[in-house]
Design a protein around this ligand. Structure first.
Ligand code: F6R
Length: 243
């Protein structure tokens, strides 16, 4: 595990965007695994800026998002589909047909999960996966549980995750209780992984991810076994790693 500690959120976002820039420059038809949530917003802003400055071209890129709320129409301004358009896709030249997000409105969820895993495989797998991390060390929406899930699946969100996400909704009762997420197994298959975390509230999750036992109760701990992973942290998220 490589760990980069940045002064602040802005520096973390710039570093992360530079890594995507390098990836896309080296392989213009890269497959990017993307995350939502508040952490990568600054990185997406940087990528849009790089695109406007003609430093990066997304015309051959494909993307796969980690997750989507279950039973929330994509037109809803809290859906992850909406989030990705608002934060990135509407401002860059990625072809629409290259964008992949689980369909949270699918009638047959199992078939949707299988379809999603097959699409990732058919694209050649994810070259670089961007991750955030939950306070309970969830990645994607792989919540602490008793086994590591392999493929894309439907999950019940933990109460703590529902509470953390309530800040984006009018009322907590409107926060979806389920989501479709790539499994820890699918995430682990990415050739490179870049996990971003900022703020003191993530410090314990980061500590457990780096130094804890590899157990499904700490989903991100599995990343200790990945051979090409970088954690890009601000000083607060890294604060418990200091001796
Ligand atoms: C989002 C996702 C989640 C978030 C995590 C942290 O696609 O997969 O695992 O990365 O909940 O969210 P923020 O960045 O809002 O703290």
């Amino acid at each position: 595990m490589r760990i980069l500690v940045c002064k602040n959120y802005d520096e973390m976002s710039k570093k992360a965007a530079q890594m995507i820039l390098s990836q896309v420059t080296l392989k213009p038809n890269s497959v990017l695994g993307l995350a939502t949530g508040s952490t990568p917003v600054g990185m997406y802003k940087q990528l849009v800026k790089m695109y406007n400055d003609k430093q990066i071209d997304f015309s051959e890129i494909s993307t796969f998002n980690l997750d989507e709320y279950y039973n929330l129409p994509k037109e809803n301004n809290q859906s992850y589909d909406y989030f990705m358009k608002e934060n990135l896709f509407n401002y860059i030249n990625i072809p629409k047909e290259n964008i992949n997000i689980p369909n949270g409105m699918a009638k047959d969820v199992e078939a949707e999960c299988e379809r999603y895993d097959k699409s990732i495989k058919d694209c050649g797998g994810v070259d670089i996966q961007v991750l955030g991390i939950g306070h309970n060390a969830h990645i994607g929406f792989n919540e602490p549980t008793i086994n590591f899930e392999r493929g894309t699946h439907l999950v019940d969100l933990k109460q703590s995750t529902i509470e953390a996400n309530a800040r984006f909704f009018d009322k907590e009762e409107n926060v979806p209780k389920k989501a479709i997420t790539m499994g820890t197994g699918s995430i682990f298959k990415a050739r490179k992984i870049m996990l971003l975390a900022c703020g003191e509230s993530k410090a314990q999750a980061i500590y457990n991810t780096v130094y804890g036992k590899v157990v499904p109760e700490v989903p991100a701990s599995i990343l200790q076994f990945h051979n090409d992973i970088v954690l890009i942290l601000d000083e607060e998220a890294a604060s418990k790693l200091k001796p």
